[in-house]
Design a protein. Structure first.
Length: 202
């Protein structure tokens, strides 16, 4: 399963969300690779994503903007997560990003777009949540996660656990077989590849 984290002007939240989601998936016994598109060299992202499913159970892609790599990641993904602060949910000023999500779904009709509300110390006000729903409604078949993430640090591991269930264990998510041996392989922000249990480099 490929999950793409769409950069939406919250770089700290985007990177943290991608890393934590990959870690949660690995703890469930999955063979996971975390890709940061800004660190990719050589072969295009689409070529790499075509090869990786044979060696990995799951892929989490952290994008860095609406560039060709982001578009490739969206076309290949089953789920797109879009972290967004309520004050950024402005249809008029950010319509280009909405168009980008809809364009990706034209090439990938099965893509599930899930907006993730990012708040501060407290939950967003009801009016702000309404703005989020209005913004998400502009993207075909998009929804808003029930889980709200809080900055500067996510309030607790419970937030990520709840979001993990919405992404991977929701009734409409494709069932995935569990592996017996935990494994995690990741490209962190600096591009280094972390490996466990003597596996080969991808």
């Amino acid at each position: 399963m490929i999950v793409t984290i769409v950069h939406a002007a919250l770089p700290a939240a985007d990177a943290r969300l991608a890393a934590d989601l990959a870690l949660q998936r690995a703890r469930h016994g999955r063979k996971v690779v975390l890709l940061a598109t800004r660190t990719l060299r050589g072969a295009s992202l689409s070529e790499q994503l075509e090869r990786m499913p044979a060696r990995h159970d799951d892929i989490v892609v952290a994008t860095c903007g609406d560039d060709p790599a982001c578009r490739s990641a969206l076309v290949a993904a089953q789920v797109a997560l879009v972290p967004l602060a309520p004050e950024q949910a402005d249809v008029d000023t950010r319509y280009g990003r909405i168009a980008g999500r809809n364009h990706a779904r034209m090439f990938n009709p099965g893509l599930r777009v899930l907006f993730v509300t990012v708040g501060g110390a407290t939950d967003p006000a009801p009016q702000a949540q309404c703005a989020m729903r209005a913004y998400a409604a502009q993207v075909m078949s998009a929804g808003i996660a029930d889980t709200v993430l809080h900055l500067p640090d996510f309030r607790s591991a419970a937030e990520m656990a709840a979001l993990y269930e919405e992404v991977y264990l929701a009734p409409h998510a494709s069932p995935q077989p569990r592996r017996r041996t935990p494994f995690a392989s990741a490209h962190p922000a600096d591009g280094r590849l972390l490996q466990k249990q003597g596996t080969n480099r991808p």
